[in-house]
Write a protein that binds this ligand. Structure first.
Ligand code: HEC
Length: 224
């Protein structure tokens, strides 16, 4: 059929060539995205932190473990259109504000291991991943309710109140559902609180939205 024009849509060569181009393009895009992501999620160093401390925002999405030496905030950025973790000078953490990079990393590591060993994700979400039985813990460090918890537990600092709660959660219920006692030791609690403090400083593009701005506890809501 030499004179018959074949529609391009029914031409096998066209589809083969298209498939090759699409596969090639996607492969390049994925490689580029992988490298871009690696850069975005690489943990910063203490040197980055010290430079950042002169401004308001973190230069790394995932800051150094030494972020536990600093006061963290969560403020609306007009430029970004959502809340962003901020750095507001130094603050003590269990009585010290001079944890070295190694010491802070060790504490964070202990917290990570603890969170895995006690399976916090079985009930909570961390950075949005996990179960929906209990509140998301991404910004738990920044929860305004720790002020109240400091009064209830008679602790002077937020980290001490959190550690006390983690060791005896059923003694201090704050939501309608109660967290069971997981036999967390004082050392583990310290690591877990460091882990939670560090996580609250991770730039999550504003997730969770409006954290701490509205009623966070079921009990407060049902009391209204
Ligand atoms: C069996 C389910 C369960 C497991 C496992 C669990 N939790 Fe909880 N957790 C809860 C519930 C339910 C609440 C809410 C109750 C409350 O606040 O009294 C809660 C509350 C919390 C809060 C307070 C959050 C806030 O801002 O109100 C923190 C912090 C917390 N858990 C940390 C942890 C950590 C860290 C682990 C792992 C070591 C863990 N939880 C494991 C069920 C669980």
């Amino acid at each position: 059929m030499p004179n018959k024009t074949v529609s391009v849509w029914t031409d096998n060569h066209f589809w083969k060539r298209s498939a090759a181009w699409v596969t090639g393009f996607s492969a390049i895009l994925l490689i580029w995205l992988t490298f871009d992501t690696m850069g975005q999620i690489t943990q910063g160093t203490d040197v980055d932190m010290q430079k950042d401390a002169e401004g308001l925002y973190f230069s790394k999405r995932v800051p150094s473990a030494t972020v536990i030496n600093y006061k963290i905030g969560y403020e609306y950025s007009d430029k970004r259109g959502h809340e962003v973790p901020t750095i507001n000078g130094k603050e003590t953490f269990f009585g010290r504000d001079d944890y070295s990079e190694e010491e802070a990393a060790e504490l964070l590591h202990l917290g990570k291991l603890g969170s895995q060993a006690k399976n916090c994700m079985n009930c909570h979400t961390l950075l949005g991943n996990g179960a929906y039985y209990a509140p998301d813990l991404t910004k738990a460090w920044l929860d305004p309710k720790w002020k109240l918890m400091m009064a209830i537990t008679q602790k002077k600092t937020r980290e001490e109140a959190m550690a006390e709660f983690l060791q005896h959660p059923s003694k201090y219920p704050t939501h309608a559902r109660r967290m069971p006692n997981l036999n967390i030791t004082a050392a583990e609690a310290k690591g877990l609180v460091a882990f939670l403090k560090h996580m609250s400083a991770i730039d999550t593009n504003g997730f969770p939205r409006n954290f701490g701005k509205k009623d966070t506890t079921l009990r407060e809501r049902s009391a209204k």
